[in-house]
Design a protein around this ligand. Structure first.
Ligand SMILES: [Zn+2]
Length: 266
């Protein structure tokens, strides 16, 4: 039974990943992503449903457009497989046959989708789209309302998470203002601060505290790897992907980390 759901998660992960990648590309390139249909980037030929099967279409046509023969970016299969892996990670980390766990899974899966778009857009365009942040916040409200009605969480839990989101936003804003003064240039973008706030809603106090630390570690590793592997064209550094990845990891391992941490000191 669990394997059956796992296969479903993988398939939906691929399809959802394909949609999220296209959404991120359209946001980053300023295209209308509600109206426009999927088309080849070089010949603009509209793509049919059969051309849009994740990974398989790419492999079947050997990475080329079947209409004009132009190379199709490897970005498509890579993002599709990445989102499949993220979905499976979430599935193996938290899925369980209980109502609470099923709701958590979908709540976190939606958030992971928003984080994925945020990371891709920030990597391409150094910008974190408000739309993805707002979608993540609305999704939190809807799922949390359901959990409240079903008695999975109480109102105190909800208020604590709201406060965690507000607090981390405020603290990061202060830190960034101080760093701007010290460094004499923009340190953290407004989008990064809003992203911390969004994740605060999901992670609560302990998780948010871990998020700030883990994001800095991942960010430093990422910056180091970027320096070694390629000569960055700009001084600008996208912090969003590091925050998003850290948030994702804490959705799965946050409780474990908190228990370990407090077990250590008490
Ligand atoms: Zn083409």
């Amino acid at each position: 039974m669990l394997i059956y759901y796992g296969v479903l998660t993988a398939v939906f992960g691929l399809v959802f990943g394909s949609f999220l990648n296209c959404t991120a590309m359209r946001i980053a390139r300023g295209e209308d992503f509600v109206k426009g249909r999927s088309h080849c980037m070089s010949c603009s030929h509209e793509l049919s449903a059969a051309d849009l099967i994740p990974v398989l279409s790419y492999l079947f046509h050997r990475g080329r457009c079947k209409y004009c023969g132009a190379k199709v970016s490897i970005r498509y299969p890579i993002t599709e497989l990445s989102f499949m892996a993220l979905s499976l990670g979430l599935y193996m980390g938290i899925f369980d046959i209980s109502l609470g766990a099923v709701i958590s899974f979908f709540k976190y899966w939606f958030l992971t989708g928003c984080l994925f778009v945020i990371a891709l857009t920030d990597l391409e365009n150094f910008e974190i789209p408000d739309g993805a942040l707002i979608t993540g916040a609305i999704s939190w409200l809807i799922f949390t309302a359901a959990e409240l009605v079903l008695g999975i969480h109480d109102i105190k839990w909800v208020l604590h998470h709201l406060l965690a989101g507000l607090l981390v936003g405020g603290v990061m804003l202060l830190i960034s203002l101080v760093m701007d003064k010290v460094l004499g240039r923009d340190s953290m973008g407004g989008g990064d601060i809003k992203l911390f706030s969004l994740l605060g809603l999901y992670l609560g106090y302990a998780g948010t505290y871990e998020l700030v630390i883990l994001s800095c570690i991942v960010g430093l590793l990422f910056a180091g790897a970027r320096k070694v592997l390629s000569k960055p064209a700009t001084k600008e550094f996208p912090f969003g992907p590091s925050i998003a990845l850290s948030g994702y990891l804490l959705l799965i391992f946050g409780d474990m980390l908190t228990n370990w941490y407090f077990g250590f000191f008490m």
